[in-house]
Design a protein around this ligand. Sequence first.
Ligand SMILES: Cc1cc2nc3c(=O)[nH]c(=O)nc-3n(C[C@H](O)[C@H](O)[C@H](O)COP(=O)(O)OP(=O)(O)OC[C@H]3O[C@@H](n4cnc5c(N)ncnc54)[C@H](O)[C@@H]3O)c2cc1C
Length: 444
Amino acid sequence: MTVVSKAGMQWKNWAGTVKSRPSRIVFPESVDDVVGIVKQCVEQGLRIRAVGSGHSFTRLVQTDECLISLDRLQGLASVDPEKGIVEVWAGTKLKALGDQLCSHGLSQENLGDINAQSIAGAVSTGTHGTGIRFGSLSTQVVGLTIVTAAGEVLNCSTESHPSLFPALQVSLGLLGVIVKVRLRVIPLLKLRYESMRLSVETCLDQLDTWRTENRHFEFFLFPYSRLVQAKRMNETAEPPSPHLRWNHFKQLVLENGFFWLLSESCRLFPSLCPSVSRLSAKAVPSVSGAGLSHRLFATPRLVRFHEMEYSVPADRMKEVVEEIQEAIERHRFAVHFPIECRYVKKDDIWLSPAYERDSAYIAVHMYKGMPYQAYFSCIEEIFWKHEGRPHWGKMHGMDIAGLHKAYPRLGDFLAVREKWDPHNLFANDYLAQLFGIAPDSPQR
Ligand SMILES: Cc1cc2nc3c(=O)[nH]c(=O)nc-3n(C[C@H](O)[C@H](O)[C@H](O)COP(=O)(O)OP(=O)(O)OC[C@H]3O[C@@H](n4cnc5c(N)ncnc54)[C@H](O)[C@@H]3O)c2cc1C
């Protein structure tokens, strides 16, 4: 068994806001390695947390016990183009997955706005993109291979484990270590994208049309401005636009470099936020082009921030966005980051924020180093008023009672967790507190 173990090394998430010093960080190179690690940790009374790319804002991964990374288990394990099913090692990063699928003439039907996450990490929190006809990445999963707390290797699907699978599709690392993911894929997808500047009224008054007539539609609302950036993408047979690389370069330099400079100005002089936000809105370019979907979904994000995101019923998008806009102006919050608004199709996954309802996902951000608590708390109350469900990977302040109300199947999830991990091997202090799980089991 080859296991690299790094003791005493600090781990931190992408935003640099969650840190820990695990007593052991392990990088298994095979499924047998994972089984060995699980058994060893049980013997030694150590709890285990799995990490993907560390892109969650919440303390999901934080542990001072054993941290397991599947970075050495990456790539496609098998491809069945006829059935449209691929099997992917759990540590595979979405960017690499997109490129490898492309070389087989395949694509994922939808993706989020970055591609740095691991497939297991993305699925485990219900990571989503936009498009009312498409569910989150978890809905693309048709099977999972996990190593359970008992050290068993289990191949799970709806057919084989009907009561475990809907819990596993979004499981926050609580049900075992995912080692392989079986995904439903589609033939290589080319998209035409358009980004445009619109007035808030034009955008909000035509939301039904925008969201139903486009394969993918999202918009960014700029605080203190009457403008939004709307983006839509639709299938095309056009060849990739030659200026795509140039656009990517511009995104890196302008959207990230220039935006970082503006953000630093706002951090030092918060009263600049409204003007900076209005300036950013006016700078929204009108661009269009065509390209391979996995390249178009993702945009580089180099400026670090805090983020909170909730899903609300899809029909409430306009109402909620207007209330957020009004609250920002009333409280004069120092915020210049745009509010990201997307749509996701309903699913039947127990911990999915889109469980049994078509959803509008609304995300608020704050530049790292600027106070976010008052802003997030105020906006969170708006989400709560509209039956909001928090994204598990993003910041939120919902307590256990609120979570049970928002997630009607949370009780079922916790019962399944109790059954498969009775000694809380895969819990950490954060999740124990969030879900009322005993912090440490006397049986271990
Ligand atoms: C810049 C940025 C942009 C983002 N954009 C989006 C977006 O467009 N849409 C969206 O929905 N979210 C988005 N997110 C949130 C992000 O997609 C999720 O938090 C996702 O879970 C992160 O994936 P990861 O690989 O980094 O997982 P981590 O954050 O490392 O882990 C997430 C969870 O997965 C579990 N896990 C990881 N690997 C395994 C495994 N092998 N077995 C069992 N459990 C495992 C962890 O224990 C943890 O509970 C964004 C985050 C950032 C920082």
